[in-house]
Design a protein around this ligand. Structure first.
Ligand code: THU
Length: 132
């Protein structure tokens, strides 16, 4: 899948964001190794702490659909300074996607690209539990 298509899908799903409390709409598009795309938007709740970020929605959708190998994720917000994934999303992405590419974009351009290992140094994961 080309990056342009991935970014467009993240922009499109962002419109479905349920963010009446923060007003901060986020879209994510997770690419599978097979070139498929699984999208997610943030879903807020009146009980604020139950809010789910766009990235985690994409990951849990993917796992539930039987997708287990990923190459990159695009995160889109309507901001000049791009939005990096929060700490919780970094941890979840590490669990299911490992050291993928993280592409940050807004409504008009791609702003930055990182590796997850650089955003989550010294991760806590299954290796520490002796599980892999
Ligand atoms: N949010 C995401 O969906 N992803 C991020 O990477 C950062 C934060 C959401 C959570 C909440 O709905 C809103 O943005 C404001 O924090």
């Amino acid at each position: 899948m080309n990056l342009h298509e991935l970014v467009e899908q993240a922009r499109a799903v962002r419109i479905r964001s349920h963010a009446p409390y923060s007003g901060f709409k986020v879209g994510a598009a997770l690419e599978t190794v097979g070139g498929g795309i699984i999208t997610g938007c943030n879903v807020e709740n009146a009980s604020y702490g139950l809010t789910i970020c766009a990235e985690r929605v994409a990951v849990v959708k993917a796992i539930s659909e039987g997708e287990t190998k990923f190459t990159r994720i695009v995160i889109v917000t309507d901001t000049e300074v791009p939005t990096p994934p929060c700490g919780a999303c970094r941890q979840i992405l590490w669990e299911f996607a490992g050291d993928i590419e993280i592409v940050l974009a807004n409504l008009t351009e791609v702003k930055a690209t990182y590796r997850l290992a650089d955003l989550l140094p010294l991760p806590f994961d299954g290796r520490i539990l002796g599980k892999n």
